[in-house]
Design a protein around this ligand. Structure first.
Ligand SMILES: [Zn+2]
Length: 299
């Protein structure tokens, strides 16, 4: 057994001798630039149930070649995650992205998935914990999409995810209160002339990506999301208006550019006082009194 520790835990090559000890890397070593140790990286790259934290401490090592290869795998995966995170909702690449995880499903995980409560295996008590084990395994393998999918099937998991999403949307909303966006700008002739829904959506999706994605998802067909956002059936003005109304209802003083524009356009078109008053209650525009004051300010 002892000689096991004198060779690489992966390729079993003997370690090169240095003036003091060997050229080798313990499993507890941190991989610089990542949050991984050699041990945790190994566990995620080679899913195995017998690799235990206790063994990481009792003297297994990797040779420099295997260590460097492992570092490359982990750094590339981190770079992949960062690249995906940087993708803007409206960008070309994100729009062209297929709605599925590009990560290959590890075979091990596939066999674990069949431990759904429907299939009877083992006692009732162990069954209740099986899905959670599977969720943990998926997370360990960085397969977050499938992990969350599985978690969402449990009532408590579903509740937790809903709470999390509401918290994220609340946070995004409070960041929009102070964000530099076109919608929050002062109404002026210049703002009216340069107004564009593209800029509005770009601004808001930068500071509130989840809020925007949820609204856009609600009004698009997954099969033709692209065509609807950019094609003949352009949904940007509608989506922009919904966002502008919601933001005006949340922060009436800060977000009023679209309402100002609507008020001016309705007034110019000779809209009746009663109609403007009714529309103002929906957050679409202002009443006639506020509109007249606005016109004095803008002209
Ligand atoms: Zn090796």
């Amino acid at each position: 057994m002892d000689e096991d520790f004198n060779v690489c835990a992966n390729c079993t090559n003997a370690f090169e001798a240095r003036c003091k000890g060997y050229q080798r890397h313990p499993l507890g070593k941190k991989i610089s630039g990542t949050e991984h140790t050699v041990f945790s990286a190994l566990q995620s790259v080679v899913p195995t149930s017998t690799l235990t934290p206790a063994k990481a401490r009792c003297g297994r090592y990797l040779c420099t070649d295997c260590f460097n290869l492992l570092c490359t795998i982990v750094r590339q995966r981190d770079a992949y995650a960062q690249f995906m995170q940087k993708g803007k909702m409206s960008s070309y690449v994100t729009r062209k992205r297929k709605l599925c995880s590009p990560m290959k499903t590890p075979r091990k995980v596939k066999s674990i998935r069949c431990f759904s409560p429907g299939k009877s295996m083992g006692s009732q008590k162990t069954l209740q914990h099986k899905p959670l084990n599977a969720v943990a395994k998926l997370f360990q393998n960085y397969d977050y999409r499938r992990g969350i999918n599985l978690l969402y099937k449990k009532p408590s998991g579903k509740k937790a995810i809903h709470t999390l999403l509401s918290k994220v949307v609340h946070k995004e909303m409070s960041s929009l209160k102070k964000a530099q966006t076109v919608l929050r700008g002062k109404t002026s002739l210049e703002a009216l002339e340069t107004f564009s829904w593209d800029t509005v959506l770009e601004d808001i999706s930068r500071d509130a990506p989840l809020f925007c994605t949820l609204l856009a998802t609600a009004i698009t067909n997954p099969k033709c999301q692209d065509a609807m956002l950019n094609g003949r059936k352009n949904i940007k003005p509608g989506l922009g208006l919904v966002i502008a109304v919601l933001l005006h209802l949340r922060f009436p003083c800060q977000y009023r550019l679209v309402q100002d524009i609507m008020s001016i356009e309705l007034w110019r078109g000779g809209c009746r006082r009663s109609v403007m008053s009714a529309l103002s209650k929906m957050g679409v525009c202002f009443g006639i009194g506020a509109t007249l004051k606005l016109l004095d300010r803008v002209r």
